[in-house]
Design a protein around this ligand. Structure first.
Ligand code: PLP
Length: 255
């Protein structure tokens, strides 16, 4: 049985983001994906119409049903939806300190739609930050989590909150021809990666990247190697992305 990543993530009916992105990315990384579903969202490639979150009891029951069944090496979280679900995940990870953990601190969809109350989710994420092997915020999420605008200061604040490693994704920065991602470990920059900025908006790029990293970590890669593999893979699947309707965000072609 392949090493398994247990994902705490939501269902996106468009198949671009959420748990489908996780399953596809982790499958492509070489690992196996298991899912504890945090929420059922109602959305397409253009907008979020709403969501219903899973209760924390049902969420933990899903996770606990597979822990002795599958060779879980890592956990990945995306949309958690409620502060109760964040607390439930913190409790679960506290019981399994041997699991590697990739925290993608999802606050809003790329389309701008709400995936939970931003202010309360931001505060609740503080409990998960010290438990994570790596956090993968974009700069909007980084600034919201840290409560400050300057990127370097914001990363230092997350390290002060107990973060061990942070991949800061630069896709939301005003760099028209390129995107720079920066990998910080223990308060220092370990590496920077720059790639050309592709045209258009993408649905599920963050989920895909974080999940691929989790898959590679589960398979035994070091953190820098897992991040490098994931960034290279993501660029290819975004280049091949498909446009569902003229106004829709592009859906990464992960196969
Ligand atoms: N999880 C779910 C269920 C979502 O619907 C979304 C965005 O729509 C995300 C996560 C985050 O998506 P992205 O990878 O585009 O940031």
């Amino acid at each position: 049985m392949r090493p398994t990543v247990l994902c705490f993530s939501g269902l996106d009916p468009s198949g671009g983001a959420g748990l489908q992105a996780d399953i596809e990315a982790i499958g492509q990384s070489g690992a196996h994906a298991a899912i504890a579903c945090t929420a059922l969202t109602v959305q397409n490639s253009q907008q979020v119409f709403g969501f219903e979150a899973t209760s924390k009891e049902l969420l933990l029951a899903q996770a606990n049903a597979v822990i002795n069944d599958l060779p879980i090496k890592a956990v990945k979280s995306g949309m958690l939806g409620t502060t109760d679900n964040i607390a439930a995940l913190a409790e679960f990870l506290g019981q399994h300190p041997d699991y590697l953990y990739v925290l993608d601190p999802v606050l809003v969809a790329n389309s701008g739609g709400s995936l939970g109350d931003q202010a309360t989710l931001t505060k609740a994420f503080a409990a998960l930050i010290p438990l994570a092997t790596i956090l993968t915020p974009n700069t909007v999420e980084l600034r919201a989590l840290a409560g400050c605008d300057d990127i370097t200061e914001a990363t230092q604040r997350l390290f002060a909150m107990g973060a061990k490693a942070i991949l800061v994704k630069g896709g939301h920065e005003n760099t028209p021809d390129h995107i720079k991602n920066t990998l910080w470990v223990n308060g220092e920059i370990l590496s920077e990666t720059t790639c050309p900025r592709l045209d258009g908006e993408y649905h599920g790029s963050g989920c895909s990247l974080a999940s691929f990293i989790a898959g590679r970590l589960a398979l035994g890669d070091t953190l820098p190697t897992a991040v490098h593999h994931a960034e290279t893979w993501l660029f290819g699947v975004l280049k091949a992305a498909e446009t569902p309707v003229p106004n829709g965000q592009k859906i990464p072609k992960r196969f």
